[in-house]
Design a protein around this ligand. Sequence first.
Ligand code: IMP
Ligand code: MG
Length: 174
Amino acid sequence: MAEHVRVMLTEEEVDAKINEIGQRISKDYAGRQVHLICVLKGGSFFLCELAKRITVPVSLDFMSVSSYGGDTKSSGIVKIVKDLDDSIKDKDVIVVEDIVDSGRTLSYLLDLLQQRGPKSLALCTLLDKPERRVMDVKVDYTGFQIPDEFVVGYGLDYDQRYRNLPYIGVVEFD
Ligand code: IMP
Ligand code: MG
């Protein structure tokens, strides 16, 4: 089956929004250092673009998680595939994500990170699908709220493809 991608948010729209978020974070964290945590792989494109627009000192770390399959998935338990390299104790941490969907992954992850004693813990997501939310998650910085459609691009994949698109789109089948 042939497929094509319908553009939902153009590269210019996404860039402008990331500029805005970068400015807000720089202002909110004035005089401090922010420690950005990227959730691989989806968050990586957004993280790089965002980090370049933050004017306060920035440090970075990466983690990779996967949902347990089957019955346990609904419990929101996620497995840490790659943990952070550095301690987050007493740091001003911002978790950078591609999308908050059901909220299961982030809800689990934020609880886990909170237990490690950061000075502060915030969540920044490029996309938010509020209609799909199952777990309550407090999002501090949101790029775009989008309708309940499966999107790709800017780090988001469909079967590992399309992460490299410089815009956000919806896969459609011809
Ligand atoms: P959660 O349902 O909020 O736990 O989202 C888990 C993960 O599902 C996200 O971090 C994405 O990697 C993936 N995901 C959710 N919605 C989409 C989508 O529309 N396109 C691609 N990946 C998605
Ligand atoms: Mg993700």
